[in-house]
Ligand binder design. Structure first.
Ligand code: FMN
Ligand code: SF4
Length: 619
């Protein structure tokens, strides 16, 4: 498991019981080694208030606790040491961030303070101090974080280092900071202690690192005492290469790792990046492309992935679908959440225990929430009957997986369906439930997970044949379309626009807010917007639909000006309304009735799955 910020760190940098349990569970899942998340070597080198720290002796006790649980579960405890450099807002560290040069972080912006020679030497010593503390705490490998646009990476790259002194200019100058850190760490930990170096082999920016330049750099620095290199990619301007979203190819950094392995020969190479499937990992190793494979988000989604793979239980693995909800929750909420794994970050609270009083439970709706509540309840020993009005299970997830770029969603549907089967949930397909059926079946508990229905704004012409909802377009009767107007530039509107524009259809998005895609996770959004631009999708913000005619749509801007947009289809993607009519009726006849997911309030699949899990463990 590579370093992954858990966001389960207290504000003072200490670990909580949740942090310990997070790592214990991951270690128990069977990986050979866990590289515990990036630990700040200096107070001004942290990247957020929730970052783990190692810049003071007071952190050693907590570190030892993590070491103990990882070892007790049979995995090797390793730790990553890190300095953010310019990649931190000044308000977090209450001073200007340090950087190699005057160039600010392209994402955060704001002034930076170029490091003096004394400043550089101080940070090198801080890496050494951190390494000593890591050894004291009992870690068995130290990884120096030289990737992802943080300070060491900033020095390595011409993109961020325009110094004219001995720490800049050519490759040797830019690599000097990394070399001296490795030399210092090696000097502190002794000649036999394993040291890893994580590097962004490619940055995908002008003047940024390429695999070829990285090879030259690595040849210069590994001689200082690096035992293993972890090949990653991306920097502060290209986060999509750090945490590759589902739009990107699986195992997309393996080619780069393979080249580095061939060039360095004697140094083992670890590769990371969208390797979410043990069979892909196995192929990378058996084909000799890398020596070790890191799975990061894969172990957030399913901590037991390595053990399930070893035991051949591949169908039982909850695959990471690379949705980057985990990243989004970190940045927007300051805590970590996973779309497919409702237990992430609250492992103890969400433990599943067998029930002592099995009940007959009727679950109505086979979307993500319904499927998850049904399998959780059945796993605990309840008798569960699931009713779905369509002929397929998956609900909104099916809609979400129609796009060619979102086929990963199918893994989630597949997993949920297999869990239903595994725990013997009885499924009634094409079965629309009404109150009389519930009276007749008379279950102990009813769970309503009937989802939502597309909302249509009440404007003139909304019922004309030219108007379609998103489900009608994506899996309804295929119609020939050349010019399409999509009303609503949220996540669904943008994804439909992408799907249709990729098919060569001319698309206009109409959005009433100043921007489109406001709810989409930042990395995914960057890629979607780039693709929409490439496909020449026209985007009309601060406009709302006022009327539909047989030839197109009338929209109105914020000043009240009307514009007519010609088209052969007007697709309404302005959101959904809860489908909750059954709930009120059931409440009259049943004491124990619950609503979960969109029928309660329209949100994403993550909430539906979480609520399913929560109700599933509570009954
Ligand atoms: C929530 C989260 C936190 C991360 N924190 C770190 C970190 O502390 N150190 C690091 O080197 N990489 C970090 N990464 C990047 C991962 O180590 C890894 O390189 C990336 O997620 C791609 O691998 P994966 O597809 O196996 O997840 C983080 C990624 C995520 C999603
Ligand atoms: S939130 Fe999405 S990307 Fe993150 S671990 Fe879960 S499935 Fe993977």
């Amino acid at each position: 498991m590579p370093g992954l910020a858990s966001f389960l760190i207290e504000n003072d940098g200490s670990y909580s019981d949740k942090t310990i349990e997070h790592y214990r569970l991951r270690a128990a899942g069977g990986p050979s080694m866990i590289i515990v998340e990036a630990h700040g070597v200096a107070p001004e080198g942290i990247v957020s208030r929730h970052q783990a720290r190692i810049y003071d002796d007071r952190f050693i006790d907590g570190l030892s606790r993590i070491v103990a649980v990882i070892k007790a579960e049979g995995s090797i405890p390793a730790i990553q040491i890190h300095h953010a450099g310019r990649q931190v807002p000044a308000r977090i560290i209450k001073r200007k961030p340090f950087a190699p040069s005057t160039l600010p972080c392209p994402a955060i912006k704001g002034d930076v303070e170029p490091l003096t020679i004394e400043g550089i030497h101080k940070i090198i010593r801080q890496f050494g101090d951190a390494a000593e503390r890591a050894v004291q705490a009992g870690f068995e490998l130290i990884e120096i974080h030289g990737a992802h646009g943080y300070l060491i990476n900033q020095f390595l790259s011409r993109f961020s280092n325009i110094r004219e002194d001995e720490y800049g200019k050519g490759i040797a100058g830019r690599a000097r900071f990394a070399r001296e850190i490795i030399r210092e760490v090696r000097g502190r930990v002794g000649k036999d202690f394993p040291i890893s170096f994580k590097i962004s082999a490619q940055e995908f920016v002008p003047d940024g690192l390429t695999t070829e330049e990285t090879i030259s750099i690595l040849k210069l620095i590994v001689t200082e005492g690096v035992d293993i290199v972890q090949v990653s990619a991306g920097n502060d301007a290209t986060p999509e290469w750090i945490c590759q979203p589902m739009f990107m190819k699986k195992a997309c950094l393996v080619d780069s790792a393979e080249k580095i392995k061939a060039a360095l020969k004697d140094i083992p190479i670890m590769v990371v990046g969208r390797i979410n499937d043990p069979l892909i990992a196995e192929a990378i190793i058996s084909e000799g492309k890398a020596d070790l494979v890191c799975m990061g988000r894969g172990l957030l989604a399913d901590p037991e992935l390595p053990r399930k793979a070893q035991e051949g239980r591949l169908d039982d693995i909850r695959i990471c679908i690379a949705c980057n909800t985990c990243m989004q929750s970190i940045f927007r909420k300051g805590r970590i959440e996973c779309l497919v794994n409702p237990s992430l970050g609250r492992e103890k609270e969400m433990e599943i225990h067998p029930t002592s009083s099995p009940k007959n439970i009727m679950v109505i709706g086979g979307g993500p929430g319904g499927l998850n509540v049904a399998s959780t309840l059945a796993k605990r020993g309840h008798n569960v009957f699931l009713y779905e009005k369509e002929s397929v299970l998956g609900g909104q997830l099916i809609l979400g997986s129609v796009s060619v770029y979102k086929k990963e969603m199918l893994h989630l549907i597949d997993f949920l369906k297999k869990q239903i089967k595994k725990y013997n949930v009885t499924c009634h397909m094409k079965s629309e439930v009404n109150i009389d059926m519930i009276k007749e079946i008379n279950p102990d508990v009813v769970i309503i997970a009937t989802g939502s229905i597309p909302y249509k704004p009440p404007v003139d012409g909304i019922n004309l044949p030219i108007v379609a909802t998103v489900p009608e377009i994506l899996y309804g009767v295929k119609t020939v379309m050349k010019d399409v107007i999509i009303i609503g530039g949220g996540a669904t509107g943008c994804e439909v626009a992408l799907e249709l524009s990729e098919r060569g259809i001319h698309v206009i998005i109409v959005e009433q807010l100043p921007n489109i895609g406001t709810q989409i996770e930042a990395i995914t959004k960057k890629i979607i917007l780039e693709k929409l631009r490439k496909n020449s999708v026209r985007i009309l913000t601060e406009h709302r639909l006022s009327k539909v005619s047989e030839k197109g749509a009338y929209v109105t801007d914020k000043n009240g000006n009307h514009v007519f947009l010609k088209g052969d289809k007007v697709i309404i993607a302005v959101g959904n309304s809860p489908n909750n009519s059954l709930f009120e009726e059931v409440k009259q006849i049943k004491k124990e009735v619950y609503q979960i997911g969109d029928c309660l309030e329209v949100r994403s699949a993550k909430e539906a799955i979480y609520e399913g899990a929560y109700i599933g463990i509570s009954i």
